[in-house]
Design a protein around this ligand. Structure first.
Ligand SMILES: C[S@@+](CC[C@H](N)C(=O)[O-])C[C@H]1O[C@@H](n2cnc3c(N)ncnc32)[C@H](O)[C@@H]1O
Length: 221
């Protein structure tokens, strides 16, 4: 098991110097978290991640089907991207974007290594994930939304990329649970997420409580 101290140390230290967020959210006053550095990407790929966070269960609960077009925004080194690519299969596609070139390089290396060919990668900007309009059945943000430096602009952009009826899914560490061993600015409560997403045209459909540390929040456009 990764110890709580290790997790805290990582969350404290591995912050991208070029992407230190200073702002607060205009509606909730939430302090926006700094972006996790690509130098810390090994932590995203740690062997304990499956037992600690249960990512396979998360994707199972989302009902990812062959042929779907899914976007993994803030994909990091591609831990979720690779699983998504296998689930949507050759008739489906995954768009994966991240704001850090270092993460995109690691992601592309993983795709080459694992011979995954149904993923298109994009270098995002702080306001634009670079996804084609009305293209996605589902957009997944795993431990990412709380790092968006311009969350409102980004949400408008993501909304435009969803197909009618498409889902936006956030996995966020539960702020309501003091036992979740993550720094406070990297956690969010259900109320906070709702207060920020609903004004941008998203409706909270379900909150799944099944994961050990994270909420799964499912929104419809
Ligand atoms: C904690 S990591 C999670 C990575 C991945 N989702 C995972 O679970 O393995 C957060 C990622 O979000 C990315 N990120 C932060 N702000 C972003 C933005 N505005 N657009 C795209 N990616 C962003 C960071 O560069 C980082 O790779």
């Amino acid at each position: 098991m990764t110890t709580q101290a290790q997790i805290l140390a990582l969350a404290l230290c591995l912050v991208s110097p070029a992407l230190r967020a200073q702002g607060t959210h205009p509606i909730t006053g939430r302090r926006i978290a700094p972006v996790m550095s690509a130098d810390g990407a090994d932590w995203l790929e740690r062997s304990e991640r499956e037992s600690e966070e249960r990512p396979k269960l998360a994707l199972q609960l989302l009902g990812i089907q062959p042929g779907m077009l899914v976007a993994d925004v803030g994909a990091g080194s591609g831990y979720y991207t690779a699983m998504l690519a296998r689930q949507v299969g050759p008739s489906g596609k995954v768009f994966a974007s991240d704001i850090q070139p270092g993460m995109i390089e690691r992601l592309n290396a993983r795709l080459r290594r694992e011979k995954i060919r149904n993923v298109e990668t994009f270098l995002a900007t702080e306001t634009d994930a670079r996804l084609p309009p009305s293209s996605c059945d589902l957009i997944l943000l795993v431990d990412v939304y709380h790092e968006f430096s311009q969350p409102q602009a980004m949400l408008r952009n993501l909304r435009a990329a969803l197909k009618p009826g498409g889902r936006l899914v956030l996995l966020e560490f539960r702020e309501e649970d003091p036992k979740v061993p993550i720094r406070p600015e990297h956690k969010m409560s259900v109320d906070e997420v709702r207060a920020e997403l609903e004004p941008e045209g998203f409706r909270l459909e379900r909150v799944l409580p099944d994961l050990p540390w994270q909420h799964i929040l499912i929104f419809r456009k």
